[in-house]
Design a binder for this molecule. Structure first.
Ligand code: IMP
Ligand code: MG
Length: 179
């Protein structure tokens, strides 16, 4: 079935289960805290896809943690990247002197993340790291650095756990493949 004909609510085969997500996100939280053991962390969530990942990650994290939100757009309503990234919502707070971690749902071509890292670096954080729940390395167009990757996946269009197809499926508690 073509993606354009896909019916919201239809059965989506799982690729990464809710249990696998929980286990891996707990590991990521511990890994981040190992790298920055005693300082405050400032998590920047990229809306909307990163919001479920952020909410589970912060609950698995110890110590001082604050968060802020940013929205970017690289895709239209479909699944092919326009290659163009726009800032739709900026942060509420400055980043100077903070240990910043970008929280993204997925790195695909890398164009969105590369743009975001450039913007945030120019705001002079004390440190800047990136955590992506998913990575599709075979699709990369730009060599962007990601410090923490939850799962590396093949070139398949995935939905669920924050990720959407035309704003649908974000509520699935697992990651599934849209056929
Ligand atoms: P990039 O700029 O090509 O790396 O794309 C990044 C953005 O595209 C992600 O933050 C997602 O919003 C979206 N995206 C890329 N691949 C997928 C996918 O398989 N499912 C849902 N959204 C995706
Ligand atoms: Mg995204």
């Amino acid at each position: 079935m073509l993606r354009s004909q896909h019916m919201p609510g239809a059965e989506i085969p799982p690729l990464i289960t809710a249990d696998q997500l929980r286990t891996r996100i707990n590991e990521l939280a511990a890994e981040i805290r190992r790298d920055i053991p005693s300082e405050d962390l400032h998590l920047i969530c990229v809306l909307k896809g990163g919001v479920l990942f952020l909410s589970d990650l912060i609950r698995a994290m110890s110590g001082g943690v604050t968060m802020d939100f940013m929205a970017l757009s690289s895709y239209g309503a479909g699944t092919t990247s326009s290659g163009e990234v726009r800032l739709i919502k900026d942060l509420d707070y400055g980043l100077e002197g903070r240990n910043v971690i970008i929280i993204e749902d997925i790195v695909d071509t890398g164009l969105t993340l590369n743009y975001l890292q450039e913007i945030l670096r120019s705001r002079r954080p004390k440190s800047l790291r990136t955590a992506c729940l998913l990575s599709k390395p075979s699709r990369r167009k730009i060599d962007v650095h990601v410090d923490y990757i939850g799962f590396t996946i093949d070139d398949k269009f995935v939905v669920g756990y924050g990720l959407d197809f035309s704003e649908q499926y974000r509520n699935l508690p697992y990651i599934g493949v849209l056929q």
